[in-house]
Design a protein around this ligand. Structure first.
Ligand code: SAM
Length: 447
């Protein structure tokens, strides 16, 4: 037998040592019951084929007969998405046909479907029961609900028939109407991206901070630019300066060039090169404007003959290199520790090039979308130890928090960087902290 006493009774108050809330809102959350419960059938196949009468009876006290049939019908029609598509859907994206790996049932335009995400592999494509990559077998009949799948929510079919999911390489296959997370999907698909660019709040900090000292005479390099979010932000804040945007992927850079032109930023010069080899110290420090005017852009909008650039060419550099992206949310796959460890080393190669390409007196902003300190504070420490002429300066934006203690980074230096860490309960209380995990540091090369 159990007794229940009033929670407000002082004698029953839990001792503060035993239950110490990290913040008031988490205690409020702990004292409320969950807003939903789940039941899991032991075999989903039998659930789809025939709803057991006991369950039907139970559901009938909550739903009408029509609603129960609809639930069952929805399970019968179930597209399964690759992981990257599934993550985008949880952020409110529509489902493009190319993201659909498989589907069962009688799919017709306008029908409601239950959408599932395959969360097996980093690249997104799970494996079929025969062990083959599903991505390569897109559209083939694979048993649903096998391996690691996750229920995403209810959608409405936009194509005429099921085979169109796999036949069409473009277009929307399913539009989500409700998400399993309970959040209303915020779809930004119809936003005109010639006028808007959808970015998380912390991602705005690097370009904002860098642009503080950009003038029309500045030469700005965005070393890893695709898909172009930060390049377009720099350009919108400082339209008249000379900008070079680079990404190793030619395909991605062609899209960036098209996007920037559509946004009216004609001052951006696009190249596609490996940023870890971008600086060629044998080239004389020629005026960077001249280098670009001598080799005009091709039909894809790229200055394709320019692969390397002379040292000390830029007054401002934005370095947003590839990272472990642990801060991106939602993430349905967490990379292994070994994979994560490699990034801190890889990023130092980008930083070394940035330092060479920066003019004395120039400014460099370094950012990542991860909270892994090896890729953040560790890289800052690397720059300060290796380059006497590089000085860490305040990012100058009142968002996020100071850096963490790592590899002996001093308290003074930790205060200069900005860290956004949504794993930190306190951080989650403010809008920037509850966004994605992110990190920004700013350096000046002494003149
Ligand atoms: C974090 S993303 C950049 C995001 C971009 N700054 C933005 O705000 O839209 C990293 C980019 O680095 C590119 N990348 C990866 N390795 C590279 C390399 N060796 N040289 C240049 N770019 C590289 C990837 O193609 C990817 O587009």
């Amino acid at each position: 037998m159990s007794t229940q006493s009033s929670p407000s009774s002082p004698s029953n108050k839990p001792s503060s040592k035993k239950l110490k809330p990290t913040n008031p809102s988490s205690l409020a959350g702990m004292s409320a019951p969950p807003s939903s419960s789940s039941i899991t059938p032991h075999s989903i196949d039998s659930f789809v084929v025939s709803l057991p009468s006991s369950l039907r009876l139970h559901l009938s006290s909550h739903f009408t007969e029509t609603e129960i049939n609809r639930i069952q019908e929805c399970y019968k029609k179930a597209p399964e998405l690759d992981r990257i598509c599934a993550e985008a859907v949880l952020r409110g994206a529509a489902i493009f046909n190319v993201g659909i790996l498989s589907s069962n049932g009688d799919i017709v335009k306008g029908s409601e479907v239950y959408v599932w995400g395959d969360v097996t592999l980093p690249g997104g494509a799970g494996k079929t029961s025969s062990g083959k990559s599903k991505k390569n077998n897109r559209g083939c009949k694979v048993p649903l609900f096998q391996g690691d799948v996750m229920y995403l929510g209810v959608g409405v079919v936009e194509v005429d028939k099921q085979s169109d999911f796999f036949r069409l390489s473009k277009g929307t296959g399913v539009t989500m109407v409700s998400l399993a997370t309970g959040k209303k999907p915020l779809s930004l698909n119809s936003l005109d991206n010639t006028k808007w660019f959808c970015q998380n709040l912390p991602s705005l900090v690097p370009a904002y901070s860098l642009s503080e000292t950009i003038t029309s005479d500045s030469t700005v390099l965005d070393m890893c630019a695709a898909p172009g979010g930060k390049t377009s932000h720099i350009s919108s804040l400082s339209k008249n300066c000379f900008v070079v945007a680079n990404d190793r992927s030619k395909k991605k850079m062609t899209s960036v060039s098209t996007l920037l032109k559509s946004q009216g930023f004609d001052n951006v010069n696009c190249i596609s090169s490996d940023a870890t080899k971008l600086c060629d110290e044998s080239l004389s420090s020629e005026n960077v404007h001249e280098i670009f005017s001598k080799s005009p852009s091709n039909t894809s909008g790229l200055h394709s003959t320019i692969k390397r650039l002379p040292p000390e060419s830029f007054t401002h550099i934005l370095l947003d290199p590839p990272c472990s992206a642990l801060g991106l949310r939602p993430r349905l796959h967490i990379p292994s520790n070994d994979d994560v460890k490699k990034y801190g080393v890889y990023q130092k190669g980008f930083v070394d090039q940035a330092v060479k390409l920066l003019k004395p007196g120039g400014v460099m902003c370094y950012s990542t979308c991860t909270y892994n300190p090896d890729e953040n504070e560790g890289v800052v420490k690397h720059v300060l130890e290796k380059y006497e002429d590089m000085e860490l300066v305040d990012v100058g934006v009142e968002l996020g928090k100071e850096g963490i203690e790592w590899e002996g980074l001093t308290e003074e230096d930790r205060k200069k960087v900005r860290r956004f860490d949504w794993c930190d309960a306190e951080e989650r209380e403010d809008m920037a902290g509850s966004s994605i995990g992110f990190f920004v540091a700013k350096f000046v090369k002494k003149a």
